[in-house]
Design a protein around this ligand. Structure first.
Ligand code: 76R
Length: 289
C-alpha cells in the first residue's frame, strides 16, 4: 500500500492527480441562507441621496435576474425580531453565492445592515433516495408480485421519474409559493440514541417512513434539504415552502411523529419567511417609505 514518495511528488497529490481541483462541488450547488436586520439609527443617518443609491444597489444585489446574479436567489420578509429579511442563494460557485452577501454590505445600505444569521451548505441527493432496484425490492416487501402488470408499471414509472428527481435535488427550482420556513437540524449522537450507529437497513426503514409521511403533503408543501456536514454548525438545512402558512406548521408537527424525527432529530432556530422582492422588503421595512 505505502509507496516511496518520488522526489517533488507527494503521494497524496499523485493519488489525486486525475481529480480536477476546484471550489465548485463535483455534483450540485452551494447554498447559503442569509438573514439581516436594518439598524434604524444608521438608516436615519443616511442622506436622501445615500438612501436612494443604497436602495438601488440593494435591489440590484438581490435581483434574481441581474447580470451578476447567482443561479438561484429568493428573498423573504422575515417576521419577528430574529431578522427583517432573508436571502436564499444557490450556485455552483461559492464565491458567487457569497458575493450577494458582500454586495449587500458594500452598498450605502450596508452600513445600516446587521447580519443576524447565516447557514451554508450544499445540495445533495440523500443516500436514502431509493435506487430503482431498492424501490422494486420495497414493492415486493409491500406484497407486490414480481413481474405482475402493476409491479412493472410502478417500477417503470419510478425508473422514468428517478433521474429528474435526482436532478431536482441537485439543481433545484425554488417554488414560487409565498410561505417559507428554514431551520437547521442534526441527527442525534447520544449513547442509546445514536443515528449514526444504527444499521443501514434500519436507517433506510426510518427514512422510507419519513419520505412516505412527507409525500402526503405533495402539492401543498415543497422541501429542499441542503447538507452542511463538515461545513456549518448543524448537519442539514431544511427549507420548506407552502401554498398556505398553516401547512408549514402542519407538516413540521406531523413529521415530529415520524420515528426518524421523534427519536433522532434535533432542531436549531426556525426562520419564517414570506417571499418578497427587494423593493417589497424595503417598503415593508419602512426603508423607502
Ligand atoms: O428526496 C426525496 O423526496 C426522497 C425521500 C426523502 C428523503 C431521502 C424525503 C422526503 N426526505 C429525505 C431526506 Mn425529508 N424532510 C426533513 C424535514 O422537521 C422534521 O421533522 C425534519 C425536517 C422535513 C420537514 C422533511 C420533509 N429529509 C431528508 C434528510 C436527509 C437525511 C440524510 O440524507 O441522512 C433530512 C435531514 C430530512 C429532513 N422529506 C421528504 C420531507 C418531505 C415533505 C418529503 C416528501 C418529498 C416529496 O414529496 O417530494
Amino acid at each position: 500500500m505505502t509507496q516511496p514518495a518520488r522526489p517533488g511528488h507527494s503521494p497524496h497529490a499523485a493519488a489525486h492527480a486525475a481529480v480536477e481541483t476546484a471550489i465548485t462541488p463535483c455534483t450540485g450547488w452551494h447554498c447559503s441562507h442569509l438573514f439581516y436586520a436594518f439598524d434604524r439609527h444608521r438608516l436615519a443617518a443616511l442622506s436622501a441621496a445615500g438612501l436612494a443609491e443604497g436602495a438601488a444597489r440593494f435591489a440590484a444585489a438581490l435581483d434574481p435576474a441581474g447580470p451578476e446574479a447567482a443561479t438561484r436567489l429568493q428573498t423573504w420578509i422575515v417576521p419577528g425580531h430574529k431578522a427583517d429579511f432573508g436571502v436564499m442563494v444557490l450556485d455552483p460557485d461559492p464565491l458567487k453565492v457569497d458575493a450577494v452577501h458582500q454586495r449587500l454590505l458594500a452598498g450605502p445600505l450596508g452600513e445600516a445592515l446587521v447580519p443576524t444569521y447565516s447557514f451554508v451548505g450544499l445540495t445533495e441527493v440523500s443516500e436514502y433516495v431509493p435506487t430503482v432496484e431498492q424501490y422494486a425490492e420495497r414493492l415486493v416487501a409491500e406484497g407486490e408480485v414480481v413481474d405482475s402488470p402493476s409491479y412493472k408499471a410502478k417500477v417503470q414509472g419510478y425508473a422514468a421519474r428517478e433521474p429528474a428527481m435526482r436532478q431536482a435535488r441537485l439543481e433545484p427550482e425554488l417554488p414560487p409559493w409565498p410561505n417559507a420556513c428554514f431551520y437547521p437540524m442534526n441527527k442525534k449522537r447520544k449513547v442509546g440514541e445514536n443515528w449514526f450507529t444504527l444499521p443501514s437497513a434500519e436507517r433506510s426503514r426510518l427514512m422510507a417512513e419519513h419520505g412516505a409521511s412527507g409525500m402526503k403533503f405533495g402539492g401543498r408543501v415543497s422541501q429542499l434539504i441542503t447538507v452542511s456536514v463538515g461545513l456549518d454548525d448543524w448537519e442539514w438545512g431544511v427549507t420548506l415552502w407552502a401554498r398556505r402558512p398553516d401547512w408549514l406548521k402542519e407538516i413540521v408537527y406531523t413529521m415530529r411523529f415520524d420515528e426518524a424525527s421523534a427519536r433522532y432529530a434535533e432542531f436549531g432556530p426556525f426562520y419564517t419567511g414570506y417571499v418578497a422582492t427587494a423593493a417589497q422588503i424595503l417598503a415593508h421595512c419602512r426603508v423607502t417609505t
